[in-house]
Design a protein around this ligand. Structure first.
Ligand code: UTP
Length: 299
């Protein structure tokens, strides 16, 4: 019997967090719907997944997050009006958004943690490998560079091992992330590592590593078994990093260092930076935004 080459066609996007760092805005707007230039954060996250060959997006939603689903759905009245007015360019853009992927929503009834959110996707993902992209993390790279998720999918398909993105962080930022203790590959490849251990949000003195997990993963389906056994950890939440730490001891795991600029758009400062970055890259707005930024820094 021929072994089928592994394929990653599904992605879980956890978007059920409370977004407390972005209150009061997130009292009534899901943080994933806050806008970067002219599209919500979640659009860029789904686009990254689609560029990696993913066709099915499993959105993990909480209460008050229906606007996310609506964004990827048909809007008859609006589309009809745009067609009548002959506004075909914008209509075409809306059509591309609603056709970019199959969106399947699942409720996480209580925000019990990122690990629990990923486990909520199990009934849809079944026994296939899948990607996880945090719904409030945005990656920006040059148009000629592969997306972070594409790098991870390629790594998984080549090695058969769960593959996660890592990025270097400063000492003062270590306690904000899951941190990976990594070892170089024998091959001498410089952007890929074996992961030896993982720890969630350690103090800088608790680990020598400065390799943080920025919220992009591709997992073998076995991760679900480990998630099912994971007890609440840091902040009383079921932590994805804790399940990964157990999984890597049995199955191995790879880290892939990313070169993309990454923004935590679920935090006001990260959101402002992401907006400036995206605005500068915008084909129509970029040069005016640049001129404006130059002007205000000299004031
Ligand atoms: P965060 O910790 O960044 O999200 O979780 P949060 O809890 O919404 O943020 P703050 O700290 O209160 O501002 C990372 C990702 O995991 C999702 C979040 O939606 C976010 O995309 N998440 C987190 C869930 O889906 N469910 C959870 O129980 C926790």
């Amino acid at each position: 019997m021929l072994n089928k080459a592994p394929q990653v066609t599904k992605a879980i996007i956890p978007a059920a967090g409370l977004g407390t760092r972005f209150l009061p805005a997130t009292k009534s707007i899901p943080k994933e719907m806050l806008t970067l230039v002219d599209s919500p954060i979640i659009f860029y996250v789904v686009e990254e997944a689609v560029l990696a060959g993913i066709s099915d997006i499993v959105l993990i939603q909480g209460r008050g997050k229906a606007a996310i689903e609506d964004f990827f759905d048909v809007s008859y009245e609006l589309e009809d009006k745009l067609a009548q007015r002959g506004e075909l360019a914008v209509l075409d853009r809306l059509n591309r958004i609603k056709n970019m992927a199959n969106i399947i929503s699942i409720r996480q009834k209580q925000p019990l943690g990122l690990g629990h959110a990923v486990l909520c996707g199990k009934p849809i993902v079944g026994d296939e490998p899948f990607a996880v992209l945090l719904g409030d993390e945005v990656m920006v790279q040059k148009a000629t560079e592969p997306s972070v998720t594409k790098l991870l999918v390629d790594n998984f398909c080549r090695t058969g091992l769960s593959s996660v993105a890592v990025m270097p962080v400063a000492d003062e930022d270590v306690s904000k992330y899951g941190i990976a203790n990594v070892e170089p590959m024998d091959s001498g490849v410089t952007n890929e590592f074996h992961i030896r251990s993982l720890i969630e949000k350690p103090k800088p003195t608790e680990t020598q590593s400065r390799w943080a997990l920025p919220g992009r993963y591709v997992f073998d389906t076995q991760i679900f078994e480990f998630l099912e056994k994971t007890k609440p950890g840091k902040n009383g939440e079921i932590q994805l990093t804790d399940a990964m730490a157990q999984m890597l001891l049995k199955c191995g795991m790879r880290a892939v260092a990313i070169e993309s600029r990454r923004f935590d758009a679920g935090d006001p400062l990260g959101f402002i930076k992401a907006n400036i970055e995206m605005a500068l890259l915008h084909p129509e707005l970029g040069s005016e935004v640049k001129a404006y930024l130059r002007e205000i820094v000299t004031r």
